[in-house]
Design a protein around this ligand. Sequence first.
Ligand code: TRP
Ligand code: SF4
Length: 331
Amino acid sequence: MAEKGARILSGMRPSGKLHLGHYHGVLESWLKLQKEAECLFFVADWHALTTEYANPADIGQNTEEMVIDWLAVGIDPQESIVFLQSHVKEHAELFLLLSMLTPLSWLERNPTYKELLTETKDRDIHTYGFLGYPVLQTADIIIYRATRVPVGMDQLPHLELAREITRRFNYLYGETFPEPQSILTEAPKILGTDGRKMSKSYNNAIYLSDPPGVVEKKLLTMVTDTARKTRKDPGNPDVCPLFTSFHQLYSDEDTLKWVREGCSSAAIGCIECKRRLIPEILGRIEPIQRRREDIERDRHLVWQTLEEGSLKARSIASSTMEEVRRLLSLR
Ligand code: TRP
Ligand code: SF4
């Protein structure tokens, strides 16, 4: 997946405790990449402010909880550079300089921007900072000369813009930065307890940190094939969120066969089907939760880890900025 000499960088906005959608969508891919190449993973706290500027109070707590989950699943600060965007001020300097050469029209036609602007009703994001979101994201990436950026589908337009801005920089001042390529994290679509995409804002998520009893309860009440109204009705696993999101990830061939046959012939009930799954999921998150408990005993170590990572990141970022200043005739 990652070629030799690749430098991987990815970030997440601080969203608090992570759920199984994050785990299977992003974290598993980070864990794999961490073994293959040099990786940098960071908390995009400035990006959070592009939408949360009026209510910034939770950003610190959300950062802490999210990074605890990163560490608990096995992101290893000895292997990878794990840091906080706002601790590396050089990102802001490069963002400023890139904004000099980024045409306004590129930002205004960004589909993600247009979509969010029309969809967002609960706050005002008609701001300069929000328009510049992809410029800051470009700075995040190229300041480390990252070659590969694992992202989900929704981030592809931002990556395309990052490549365009990078090309423009290279065209104006000479080949300086590699054009970052995306790695599309093959996100299995994880649905939440109501059958919609798993998301904190839908209140349908199963969290990595949910106690076993809560995980069990959420799964037992989770929506199944909605056409299967009673125990006697046969069901179709291919349209059952429980099957497509979880059995397919957690169950072995024999169990999958048992579900397919049992469901389509009404030989098994949904509760029975769910009960087969619960121990598999609990078994997967149990070691993560044990590590979380260890980390939670010394929460200040999370911040220390981020500070140490930020120091390493800063040393790369500041040497890039020396070159950039020179190219722009700044001294
Ligand atoms: N925009 C990304 C998201 O919302 C977060 C992010 C910020 C990022 N800077 C980045 C991701 C640089 C990859 C690379 O998920
Ligand atoms: Fe879904 Fe299993 Fe119920 Fe079939 S038996 S609808 S696969 S939960």
